[in-house]
Design a protein around this ligand. Structure first.
Ligand code: ADP
Ligand code: 5GP
Length: 193
């Protein structure tokens, strides 16, 4: 019997492939829902408000923090805030859905601590730092300053790997997607990893 209400937390340094992996999972598991975070960063051309993020102002973000509306929030880059909305997660769990998250290492550790065995925290590791930097550069979504900030943070984020339940190496994409699909299926169906 499939039990719903499980949380799959995908975390990694920027550029490791979280978004690519999460999109694949959403396309593979029709009942899975994405926890749409709130952020005050600018929307990228490819992004849709209310699908990828709730893009909100600095002021609105501050109000939500004061109201304790976030399960967790982080200033992931200087001046750039991201947070998981309590209302979003509660609503999806109440609907009996499994929920997938794309969040930074600190937020992932926080959610894992909150949800325990109901949550699987999966760390996505690129084959090397050089390859990660190449992928991030080729994605062409960041200006030079943002790219530098992201790369500066990568080493610290990499050092968090051992705190999570599983590591997925994202070298060849097709192999990584096949592996994550298997892991997710086992977790959603049986609650194990
Ligand atoms: P994140 O969400 O972790 O920042 P993305 O999913 O945006 O990472 O991936 C970063 C870039 O690398 C994207 O342009 C994506 O298409 C590409 N990418 C992801 N996985 C692979 C892979 N295994 N091989 C080559 N390119 C990849
Ligand atoms: P990006 O700007 O590339 O979309 O995301 C930057 C980083 O913020 C990524 O590591 C992403 O996973 C993370 N992030 C996105 N949403 C949240 C969130 O709600 N909470 C936390 N802690 N990190 C988030």
């Amino acid at each position: 019997m499939t039990t719903q209400g499980r949380l799959l937390i995908v975390t990694a340094p920027s550029g490791s492939g979280k978004t690519t992996i999460v999109r694949h999972l959403l396309a593979t598991f029709p009942d899975l829902r994405f926890s749409i975070s709130a952020t005050n960063r600018k929307r990228r051309a490819s992004e849709v408000n209310g699908r990828d993020y709730y893009f909100i102002t600095d002021e609105r973000f501050r109000v939500l923090m004061e109201r304790d509306a976030f399960l967790e929030w982080e200033e992931v880059y200087p001046g750039q805030f991201y947070g998981t909305l309590r209302s979003e997660v509660d609503r999806l769990l109440a609907e009996g859905r499994n929920v997938v998250f794309d969040i930074d290492v600190k937020g992932a550790a926080r959610l894992k601590a909150l949800y325990g065995a109901k949550a699987l925290a999966l760390f996505v590791r690129p084959p090397s730092l050089e390859i990660l930097i190449r992928r991030l550069t080729q994605r062409q979504t960041e200006d030079a300053a943002s790219l530098t900030r992201r790369i500066e943070r990568v080493r610290e984020e990499m050092s968090w790997e051992s705190r999570f339940d599983r590591t997925l190496i994202n070298d060849r994409l097709d192999a990584a997607l096949e592996e994550v699909e298997g892991l997710a299926r086992l977790f959603f169906d049986k609650g194990i990893w």
